[in-house]
Design a protein around this ligand. Structure first.
Ligand code: EPZ
Length: 427
């Protein structure tokens, strides 16, 4: 397995391009299943999860291709989807939970879907009860057996319905938006997720010919249509990747321009960084981040958008370890998303976890050692922690990083980071 090795101490300076958002690309790849023709996606990041989703779509009968020399353009043609093989198998779903967002499109367009239950993952149980309850509200029949869920539409197809989510779920909102777009009649979805990636999916669906209104608010109204068409679409920039680079610049006392950063989707993160003393300035090309000589402590609670994103919790914790004073970080979205804490403490942090709250006592001097990545955002936080550790830090199992960050080490190096990837290292 690959590892990333960092020689800490470098101050990051220069420009870095923020790429397309993984969490917008994945549901939009699924939405391409709804079209009666091929869709072409631009600004698609080259990530393991995106490739996994393309393989899953191919397993359903789609063809996916990138034009020569344009790896971040992906053309998905759903016209080969066979009536019978509408299955997302365990092998695929266990490696990537986002596979479950093929359910809505498959049952709406082809009448049925058979999807392996995702099972838990490192950060929590992550059930899909809300997805299934919502699809049943649209008239689908849901049966669970042998670790798979079968979702079958009525012979006359799904019908629009009102549905109130018991809890806010990004994937659940996305599955129902896609299913309701081809259902007969009107749907009113309440207590929906407001994430920018939900809004980007609505833009994509409406370009296909859907009638989706209210994305970005807590109520989405959809009037079903008979057919949706293949279109072209550019994936929006990744607010979590941008936030990750923001923290890296801040803790190294750097001066970095995050080109193309989606500032309007980053208000909670920017506000917290500024509260800690980080200089964040909107410029024509993006967001300029200047790290201060001294960082102050902050209290952070993760919330659904527009609150502070759970996907930035591990990264802001690294910033808190460099603040003078005590910070409190509370995770309210996932039940087990503090696995980066023991690894950060091995680098020299002083963090104590009590239930879903972590008390971070700074400022800690980090000294390099070998650390283990456990999940996507935790692994990114270990890489940026290595940037400020004295000496050499080795981050193992960085396949987690590659799920959500394209060539992270190669893109940090031009900013001055002393960072290398070693292929095939002992895991
Ligand atoms: C999306 O996951 C993101 N993934 C996650 O990013 C992100 O952390 C999460 O939203 C929250 O913002 C993608 O978009 C591909 P949820 P999703 O359904 O949709 C519970 C990353 O690092 N829940 O909003 O799976 C669930 O267990 C990844 O890029 C139910 O109880 O998240 C969790 O506690 C990690 N029942 C909470 O809701 C359900 O039916 C939020 O989950 C669905 C969810």
């Amino acid at each position: 397995m690959d590892k990333i090795v960092i020689e800490g101490g470098a101050r990051l300076e220069g420009d870095i391009e923020v790429l397309g958002a993984k969490n917008a690309a994945l549901p939009i790849q699924c939405a391409a299943l709804l079209g009666d023709g091929a869709s072409t996606l631009h600004h698609v990041p080259q990530l393991t999860d995106v490739h996994t989703m393309n393989r899953l779509l191919e397993g359903l009968g789609c063809t996916t291709a990138s034009p020569e020399g344009q790896p971040r353009t992906v053309r998905i043609d759903p016209r080969g989807v066979a009536e019978g093989a509408l299955e997302a198998p365990y092998e695929r779903v266990k490696t990537m939970r986002a596979s479950v967002t093929v359910m809505g499109p498959l049952v709406a367009r082809y009448g049925r879907a058979r999807v392996s239950l995702p099972g838990g993952c490192a950060i929590g149980a992550r059930p899909i009860d809300q997805h299934l309850k919502g699809l049943e509200a649209l008239g689908a029949e849901v049966t669970l057996e042998h670790g798979y869920v079968d979702v079958v539409a009525p012979r006359e197809g799904l019908r629009g319905s009102d549905f109130v989510f018991d809890k806010v779920t990004v994937g659940g909102t996305q599955n129902l938006m896609m299913a309701a777009s081809l259902a007969r009649g009107h749907s009113r979805l309440e207590n929906v997720a407001r994430e920018p990636e939900v809004q980007d999916l609505a833009v994509f669906l409406n370009k296909m010919g859907a009638k989706v209104r209210g994305a970005g608010t807590s109520v989405i109204e959809i009037d079903g249509v008979d057919t949706l068409h293949g279109i072209e679409h550019a994936i929006l920039p990744d607010r979590i990747e941008a936030g990750t680079f923001l923290v890296a610049a801040a803790i190294t006392g750097g001066d970095v321009l995050l080109k193309n950063a989606p500032v309007d989707h980053m208000h909670a993160v920017i506000a917290k960084a500024q509260e800690a003393g980080v200089e964040c300035t909107v410029e024509r090309e993006g967001l300029r981040v200047v790290g201060p000589d001294r960082l102050g402590p902050i209290d952070v609670t993760t919330r659904p958008h527009p609150g502070f994103p759970t996907d930035m919790q591990a990264q802001i914790m690294v910033l808190a370890t460099q603040a003078d004073g005590q910070s409190l970080i509370t995770e309210t979205i996932f039940e087990n998303r503090f696995m980066h804490v023991p690894e950060l403490n091995r680098l020299g942090a002083d963090i104590v976890v009590n239930g879903n709250a972590a008390v971070v006592r700074g400022k800690s001097a980090f000294s390099g050692t070998t650390v283990m990545a456990t999940d996507l955002r935790a692994s990114a936080s270990l890489v940026i922690a290595g940037l400020i550790a004295e000496g050499r830090t080795e981050v193992r199992r960085i396949y987690h990083v590659d799920r959500g960050y394209e060539a992270l080490e190669a893109r940090l190096r031009p900013l001055g980071a002393r960072i290398e990837r070693y292929h095939g290292a002992r895991g």
